[in-house]
Design a protein around this ligand. Structure first.
Ligand code: ZXA
Length: 440
């Protein structure tokens, strides 16, 4: 499993889930994937992009909502109601870039089968011929690359509730594999669309979801060969039913075992959903400090964070999601050097700490970076960093935000003394790695 340097150095990407489901934008904010009872999951699905499925499960709150608010109308009415009238891709990408994102992955076709480009085999059931009447993938890819970021394509290969078998997925359907389409016709349909995405947009990341149809598994070696020939620095994720993976993925709290891989990426929404969910309040969303600490934790363990935004149907980003990205941006402005193009510090060199204070580490060739947060007032501005002997030079301690800091060697590490250490947003102290010891 190898990835090009741009991906391992990128550390932070923004995921975009945007589709007809962004019109109802309705789900129950039940909880995080991996922390919700699977028996509950499908009828109370917090993923608003699953609206078509959830609203078909009789007795579910979504079913009632769809009946009472939308009169049980056909799902495709939402495609035509989706106007994207305020869509300004450059505005989105500027915010993502300021927040420190180095790549953007957008849904090109989600489980509802609606393509955000003029995809082969879709006739007029796509955003070029209906709803927005725009090639949204071209708009996004152009804006992303104009800002110097990498563009990735999300494609739902394993589930397509329109072109593939359309089974309402309840918990018991897990037995028959989610009602996933596996037949040759769908495999040919999906293969043709992914090849079209590669040839039109040369996505830097090929982000497939929910696996690939059985009848199409034999097509994948050629598909990947074509992809790498077309996009030499391209990266392929791991959701192709084991056919191939340049890196592994986890999602919220699910598949966390994949975070032991050499190259991995955790994806999640700013809230509990990928598609915009009007029912989410501040209590369901990460605040800026929590988002930054998630990014730092992931990077300190060698991963990338792919943090999702769910735009509204009109093309604006929800204010509360913008605010989180703005919060990340203001922190990143002073601390980018401790995050990007770094790697995990040898575990023996220093101890991370999940409690209070919260401590994480990264390193580059010459420095170690200590991230400190939630330092209690009782600590009176002092924190013990448990480091290996002679690893870091206390005399070289510098706070990246420019505030004064003092560091003194003590028997089991280094005591850092500085005012205003208690913020929930991490303070970063940089130390020179002493040349006397290799930390690798
Ligand atoms: C672990 C898994 O299979 N997740 C599927 C899940 N992926 C998210 C990024 C969203 O696209 C969900 O809508 C999708 O079901």
């Amino acid at each position: 499993m190898t990835v090009p340097g741009w991906f391992s150095e990128a550390k932070f990407g923004v995921f975009i889930h945007w589709g007809p489901y962004s019109v109802p934008a309705w789900a129950e904010p039940t909880g995080e994937l991996g922390a919700v009872d699977p028996e509950m999951w499908f009828a109370h699905n917090p993923y608003a992009e699953w609206y078509w499925n959830t609203s078909q499960i009789e007795g579910s709150p979504a079913y009632e909502h769809h009946r009472t608010v939308h009169g049980g109308r056909p799902y495709d009415d939402f495609l035509d109601a989706w106007q994207a009238e305020s869509f300004d891709p450059a505005d989105w990408i500027e915010l993502f870039a300021r927040a420190g994102a180095r790549y953007v992955v957008a849904t090109t076709k989600h489980h509802d089968g609606v393509a955000l480009w003029d995809a082969p085999g879709t006739g007029t059931r796509n955003t070029v011929h209906r709803g927005p009447h725009r090639d949204l993938i071209a708009d996004l890819a152009t804006a992303v690359r104009a800002r110097g970021l990498r563009f990735g394509a999300y494609y739902s290969g394993g589930l397509d509730w329109y072109a593939g078998r359309r089974a309402v997925i309840r918990h018991e359907d897990l037995i028959d594999d989610y009602g996933r389409p596996h037949e040759a016709a769908y495999a040919a349909y999906a293969l043709r669309q992914v090849r079209d995405l590669i040839d039109r947009y040369r996505p830097d990341v090929l982000w497939n979801d929910i696996g690939w149809p059985d009848a199409g598994m034999a097509d994948l070696p050629d598909l990947f060969a074509h992809y790498y020939a077309t996009v030499p620095e391209g990266v392929v994720n791991d959701r192709w039913d084991g056919a191939h993976a340049d890196y592994l993925t986890s999602e919220y709290q699910a598949n966390r075992q994949n975070e032991a891989a050499a190259h991995w990426e955790n994806c999640r929404g700013i809230g509990l959903s990928f598609g915009f969910n009007r029912n989410e309040g501040p209590e369901h969303l990460l605040d800026p400090a929590a988002a930054v600490r998630l990014l730092v934790d992931v990077v300190s363990r060698g991963g990338n964070l792919l943090l999702n935004v769910g735009p509204k149907a009109d093309g604006t980003l929800p204010g509360e999601q913008r605010a989180v990205l703005e919060g990340i941006a203001s922190w990143t402005a002073a601390h980018a050097g401790a995050v990007y193009a770094t790697r995990p510090l040898d575990p023996g060199a220093a101890m991370s700490h999940d409690g209070t204070p919260w401590i994480r580490w990264t390193r580059d060739d010459d420095h170690a970076y200590a991230f400190l947060a939630d330092v209690p007032d009782s600590a009176r501005g002092q924190v013990l960093l448990k480091t290996g002997p002679g690893m870091l030079d206390p005399a070289t301690a510098v706070r990246l935000d420019g505030r004064p800091v003092r560091a003194d060697a003590v028997p089991d590490g280094i005591v850092v003394t500085s005012a205003e250490l208690g913020a929930p947003l991490p303070t970063v102290v940089r130390f020179a790695l002493t040349t006397s010891r290799s930390v690798d």
